[in-house]
Structure formats: structure tokens, C-alpha cells
Design a protein around this ligand. Structure first.
Ligand SMILES: [Zn+2]
Ligand SMILES: [Zn+2]
Length: 419
């Protein structure tokens, strides 16, 4: 018997959690949060009922709720070593920044990390009657898909994956196996990304246009993966100006230097990282306003972080530019800036004079890649679609049903299915 219970991340992006139950064991695949005020968790799972937790990558929508299982229990935590180290900095930061009540503290995070089992890709694990291994998911450094074998059934949990190679990650390594069930993300099930090589060229040209004209470019970016990719692109294209890096990306870089297996080409990554200047404090920050050409700083949707400071200093000069490089969730400052061209400066909503553009760098597979992935599956697996807006989940489930003749489902929270 194998049962899948969808505890969160259904019909939405955020708080991913799937509970896999066999005759002998219960394995929790992720327990993420939806960061906000207050932070939202998946449906309740009792810590004493589970035998272990797998986290496929460090993003908080996959990992942020896991410390809750370490209030009193000591269940094993499985991930790649890169993911475990990244979880430490991301969850620490979440605890630090949370204004509302969180059901755990630093001590639970420590307890979680004491139970870590670092897995290499392809390393087989046996937990009672559940066998599983991780494969590269190409999404961010350390990211994985979870490949399970239970009671003769094969199940694949893709978590977030990117089939396309980026400067930092190789494309996902998709196992060629007959599956009985596949749980897939649908973030971009209805959206096609631009071709990456061309996107890079356009991006670098747009930056040069601004800097050659005496302007500065602010690139608000996430700390894990995206920040590193942005300066790696500039380095690879021989951008001659001064690029500075601010925020948590600096400590993330320390982790990635220690985990060369987590990045595509460690040597190039190290060279690119050495080519940027790290901001170490407010003195550096004020200096950067005068002498930097490109500033990479968090947060990616302008919801916080030092990008605020840079916006204040740069946004009112039409020579400057703000280039957003990730998806902007509706309602965030980044999305308002894109739509209305305004930003809160000094307590007031102001029309931004700097050029504002969006570049669609994604670490998720776009529409045709998701569809081709499903098309390429052997056998007749049941398809469960999560991690997307409602329309996206429904769309991909329908595609599996209509175009591929598979049983396609976009489960609701709390729904259970037997494999
Ligand atoms: Zn992710
Ligand atoms: Zn995610």
C-alpha cells in the first residue's frame, strides 16, 4: 500500500508538503511556508507519526516549516549537504525577520540540523519499507527531485525543477524509469520563458546602454541562485564596470564555495564571484552609490532588504535603471513598480524616473518543458499537479488527461490518493 496525502502547496505557490505513507512508514516530502504576515503553514502533521523528512531544496516554500517537527522529536532530516547548509541561513533569516509568532525558534532549527543526513545525488536510502534517492533538479544549487520506490511502486516528486541549464546549475537530470505516480510543479504551466542565451545578450546590452550613458543599474535579486547568476552573466560577457553584491548572497557564496558539487562549474563561479565587490556595511553601501555601475541586492521583489536604500538613492534619476529579474508576485513592491512605475520613497508613493524593466530569468521549467517532461514519461503514471496558481495546476492536469491519456489531478489540500 502507498498513499499520498497533499498537505499544502495545492492550487498555490507556497507551503509545499506531501506525506507519503506505506505499510510500515510515513515519509514527509517537504514542509514549506508561505512567507507573509502571518506566515502560513501546511495542514498539521504530527511529528511523532512520521519516520523522516526529505527537503528537496532550501527555498522557504519547501523548507521553512520543518523545524516545527523538532520541538520534541528527533526524526531524520534528508537533503543534499548544500541544501542543509542553505536551509540554515534561510530559516535563520526567516526567524530573525518574523514579526509575528512562529511556532519554533533557533533551537528547533539547531535540533533539525543535528538530525541531518547529507545525501549525494543517486545515493540510495532505505527507511523501513520506503526506498528513495535524490536526482539533480537544476532549480537552485543543491536542488533535487525525490525518486521513491515503495512496495513495488515507483513515485517521482519533482519539487521545483528547471530543465534548462543556467550559468549556475545544470539542467535537471530526469530519470528514465516507469513511474506509477508523478507529483509535478506547475509554476509556469501556462507561461513560456524566452530563450536563455538571447535573454542574456539582451540583458547585458541593456545594462551597458545605461552604464555607458553614466547611469547605474540596480538589480534586486534573491540571495540563492539568482544573485550569483546575475553577476556570473556579466562576468561571462566581459562587462567592464564595477559590480557590487549586497545582502545574504554573500553568506550564500561562502556556502557554495564549500559545496563545489552544488554549482555547475565551480571554477568559473569562483572567478565570477571574485570579480564582484562585496558590500560589508553602510560605509561600503554609501560608497557604492557613487562608484558602482551595477548593484545586485535583495530582495528580489523589493519587499525588503537593502534594495530599499539603493532605490531611494537611485530611483529619481532618469539616467539610472532598475532591472527586475524574477517573477513579481502581484501586490509586491516589485509588481507595483512594473505596473505603475511607482515606489514608496520617504513615506510617499513616488513616480520613479529611472528606467524600469523586467527580464524573465527563471529557475522553473516553462510551459513546453513541463509538457515535454510529462510526454517523455514511460508507462502510465498518475499525475498530481501542485505548486502553481489554481489555473496553472488545473491546466497541466488537464493536459496530462486530454493530450497524454494519463490520470491528471490537481489535488486539493487534505486530499489523499492511493498509488
Ligand atoms: Zn524553489
Ligand atoms: Zn517553490
Amino acid at each position: 500500500m502507498v498513499k499520498l496525502s497533499f498537505m499544502g502547496g495545492t492550487h498555490e505557490v507556497g507551503r509545499n508538503a506531501v506525506l507519503v505513507s506505506s505499510n510500515e512508514a510515513k515519509l514527509l516530502l517537504e514542509y514549506g511556508v508561505k512567507v507573509g504576515e502571518p506566515t502560513e503553514f501546511p495542514a498539521h502533521v504530527r511529528a511523532k507519526d512520521i519516520d523522516g523528512i526529505v527537503v528537496a531544496h532550501a527555498h522557504l516554500d519547501h523548507s521553512g516549516g520543518v523545524p516545527i517537527f523538532y520541538l520534541s522529536e528527533k526524526k531524520p532530516f534528508f537533503s543534499t549537504s548544500t541544501t542543509a547548509d542553505l536551509c540554515k541561513v534561510l530559516i535563520e533569516d526567516m526567524i530573525k525577520l518574523n514579526n509575528y509568532y512562529l511556532p519554533f525558534e533557533y533551537i528547533e532549527l539547531d535540533n533539525m540540523l543535528k538530525q541531518r543526513n547529507d545525501l549525494a545525488y543517486g545515493q540510495e536510502v532505505r527507511l523501513k519499507d520506503i526506498n528513495f534517492q535524490l536526482h539533480n533538479a537544476g532549480h537552485i544549487p543543491g536542488s533535487a527531485m525525490v525518486d521513491l520506490e515503495i512496495d513495488g511502486k515507483n513515485i517521482l516528486y519533482t519539487s521545483d525543477f528547471n530543465a534548462v541549464e543556467t550559468r549556475i546549475c545544470n539542467g535537471a537530470k530526469i530519470p528514465k524509469k516507469k513511474y506509477d505516480a508523478v507529483i509535478i510543479e506547475a509554476t509556469y504551466a501556462t507561461h513560456e520563458h524566452p530563450e536563455r542565451k538571447q535573454l542574456e545578450v539582451d540583458f547585458v546590452k541593456a545594462i551597458k546602454d545605461v552604464t555607458n550613458d553614466g547611469g547605474k543599474v540596480l538589480i534586486p535579486a534573491f540571495a540563492v541562485g539568482r544573485s550569483q547568476e546575475m553577476y556570473s552573466i556579466l562576468f561571462a560577457h566581459g562587462f567592464p564596470g564595477l559590480v557590487v553584491l549586497d545582502g545574504m548572497a554573500r553568506s550564500v557564496n561562502r556556502i557554495l564555495f564549500n559545496h563545489p558539487e552544488g554549482v555547475k562549474t565551480p571554477q568559473q563561479f569562483e572567478q565570477a564571484s571574485l570579480s564582484v565587490q562585496e558590500i560589508r556595511g553602510w560605509r561600503d553601501r554609501r560608497k557604492a552609490i557613487n562608484n558602482a555601475n551595477v548593484i545586485v541586492a535583495p530582495s528580489g521583489m523589493l519587499q525588503g532588504g537593502t534594495a530599499f536604500f539603493y532605490m531611494e538613492k537611485l530611483a529619481m534619476n532618469s539616467k539610472n535603471a532598475v532591472f527586475l529579474v524574477s517573477f513579481q508576485v502581484p501586490g509586491t513592491n516589485g509588481s507595483t513598480l512594473l505596473e505603475k512605475g511607482t515606489f514608496m520613497i520617504g513615506e510617499k508613493d513616488q513616480k520613479v524616473a529611472a528606467k524600469v524593466r523586467h527580464f524573465d530569468f527563471s529557475s522553473h521549467s516553462g510551459q513546453s518543458y513541463l509538457q515535454n517532461f510529462l510526454k517523455g514519461l514511460k508507462g502510465k503514471p498518475d499525475i498530481y499537479v501542485i505548486h502553481g496558481e489554481s489555473e496553472s495546476c488545473e491546466f497541466l492536469a488537464q493536459y496530462a488527461q486530454d493530450e497524454l491519456g494519463l490520470k491528471g489531478t490537481a489535488p486539493k489540500e487534505g486530499e489523499e490518493f492511493e498509488v
